[in-house]
Design a protein around this ligand. Structure first.
Ligand SMILES: Cc1cc2nc3c(=O)[nH]c(=O)nc-3n(C[C@H](O)[C@H](O)[C@H](O)COP(=O)(O)OP(=O)(O)OC[C@H]3O[C@@H](n4cnc5c(N)ncnc54)[C@H](O)[C@@H]3O)c2cc1C
Length: 478
């Protein structure tokens, strides 16, 4: 078949799905993106309200992929800013540098705490060498590298709040992908500038669109449409049509009516469990258990419009103590001055939760009051300066790396591998804790494999930037 005559359907219009369609449309392929929401962007959308802009949790774009950065710069021109980042950790009524710095701990903690940090660190290092202690859980991973005291002070409470389960039940994979510091020795090396690479956590500059992260994907979708690609919104994929080991098309529900698109190839970026549930039940019955075992952490965002010029100079403030409801406090204006009207600012709070739990169901007013109490205790008093507020939610904020998630994911991939014309990729499609640049790279790689008829390249796409490589990126802006 003439390659250009092939019909490709992309499930999901987030960064991964749109990047795949962007690449395919550049080469004139017949591509249709099917997205369940009324707008594209996935987790990277920006909501506008009364002249203020709020992402779903502030995003920054960092990549070491020069080709990707170059294409995004070309597409966005002057609409893309280079912003500076300053982040801190609020802990025990003190402000610490983020990422954690040894200098801060020594200067800001009392002698007793410093002694405990040092002795538990030495003990952990000793036990690790003598007994070859294994990193099974997130807790082990941190304690083996930083010692028990730092774990109890910083990492444990933050992690438990983020995931809603004990760090003992979280796989060490999350720590190894998320925490750039290898151990205290690493911190010391960086302090004395003996180590020069710039992991993502340390990157001081990043790209950010003038009008919020969503602008990047709005512009991308315009380019896709200009090149002949189609984007169908409010369209929830509900069935995969299968014949033998070939997928013939999909059904989606749009405004109450079911529609069908036939296709020659599918690039799926929707959550793995949703994809499996869309297959005919008799075919997927053996993997439904594995699909249901993959859990996602939801997030609620409280967006507050404030009648003040500034709150602080920080882009992010991490709140690790469990008694406070939020994990991060952000001031969107620090990323782009266009995120708030002149002379005003705003506050964006990230509150992890589970779908339909107490926080998820909490009324907007009660949630705001709870947040204001916490902010007040943390020294941020905006009570009398609130112009307005609203809350937003996402169901698939973070893939929960339980101990056995890898087994379930593998079973699902093996099932999908029996179909010759589908690839699943992106953050939701691989159940991996990916940043947007990797999700975009995956989408582009999936599209290129397809254009080259390289079905065997599916696994490579799904494993892109696995392990330490995911985090150890330096920003090409830096
Ligand atoms: C709070 C927070 C902060 C973050 N900050 C950063 C950051 O600063 N920098 C960074 O690089 N990354 C950040 N990320 C990660 C970034 O958002 C993701 O890596 C990126 O959005 C992944 O893109 P994706 O296309 O793979 O998935 P998604 O963005 O989740 O897109 C999936 C799409 O599929 C659609 N969909 C789902 N089910 C269906 C269905 N049945 N039918 C049709 N469509 C469907 C969804 O609506 C969505 O549009 C952050 C994430 C969170 C939660």
């Amino acid at each position: 078949m003439n390659r250009l005559k092939r019909k490709i359907v992309v499930l999901g219009g987030g960064p991964c799905g749109l990047s795949a369609a962007w690449e395919l449309s550049k080469y004139g392929h017949d591509v249709t993106v099917v997205e369940k929401e009324p707008m594209v962007g996935g987790l990277c959308i920006t909501n506008e309200y009364k002249g203020y802009r709020f992402d779903l949790g502030g995003h920054r774009f960092i990549s070491r992929n020069e080709e990707l950065v170059c294409d995004i710069r070309k597409m966005m021109g002057d609409e893309l800013l280079v912003s500076k980042r300053k982040s801190v950790i609020l802990l025990k009524e003190k402000v610490f540098h983020y990422p954690l710095s040894i200098k801060d701990i020594v200067l800001k903690m009392n002698v007793w705490t410093n002694l405990k940090v040092l002795t538990t660190y030495i003990m952990a290092a000793f036990l690790k060498i003598v007994f070859r202690k294994k990193d099974i859980s997130f807790e082990n991973w941190i304690v083996n590298r930083f010692g028990r005291t730092l774990y109890t002070l910083f990492f444990g409470p933050y992690t438990e709040k983020l995931w809603g389960i004990s760090p003992k039940r979280i796989s060490s994979d999350w720590a190894s992908q998320r925490i750039s510091l290898l151990d205290l020795k690493d911190v010391l090396f960086r302090l004395f500038r003996l180590k020069k690479d710039t992991p993502r956590t340390f990157a001081q500059t990043y790209f950010y669109p003038k009008k919020g992260i969503g602008q990047m994907f709005d512009m991308m979708s315009e380019e896709i449409k200009k090149k002949g690609g189609k984007i169908v919104l409010n369209a929830k994929v509900s069935h995969i049509r299968v014949h033998d080991n070939h997928i013939e098309g999909i059904d989606y529900l749009q405004r109450g009516s079911m529609k069908t698109v036939n296709c020659d190839f599918i690039i799926s970026t929707i959550p793995l469990p949703d994809l499996i549930h869309a297959f005919p039940r008799h075919l997927a019955k053996d993997v439904l258990y594995h699909a249901d075992a993959l859990k996602f952490r939801a997030v609620r965002f409280v967006n507050i419009l404030v009648d003040l010029p500034d709150i602080s100079e920080n882009t992010w403030m991490y709140v690790s103590e469990g008694k406070y409801i939020m994990t991060r406090i952000q001031e969107p204006k620090r990323r782009s001055i266009f995120n708030a009207p002149e002379g005003k600012t705003s506050v964006l709070l990230e509150i992890p939760c589970n779908e339909h739990d107490e926080i998820w169901n909490c009324s907007e007013e009660d949630l705001l009051q709870r947040c204001l109490r916490d902010l007040n205790e943390l020294g941020i008093d905006i009570q009398d300066k609130i112009i307005d507020y609203f809350t937003t939610r996402v169901t698939h904020g973070y893939p929960v790396y339980s101990h056995d998630y890898g087994i379930h994911r593998l079973e699902i991939f093996s099932f999908l591998d029996t179909y010759e014309n589908i690839v699943t990729c992106g953050r939701q499609g691989t159940f991996r804790y990916l940043f947007m640049d990797t999700a975009m790279e995956m989408g582009i790689a999936a599209a290129r494999n397809l254009m080259l008829d390289n079905v065997a390249g599916r696994e490579k796409v799904q494993l892109m930037r696995s392990g330490g490589e995911l985090i150890e990126v330096s920003s090409v802006t830096a």
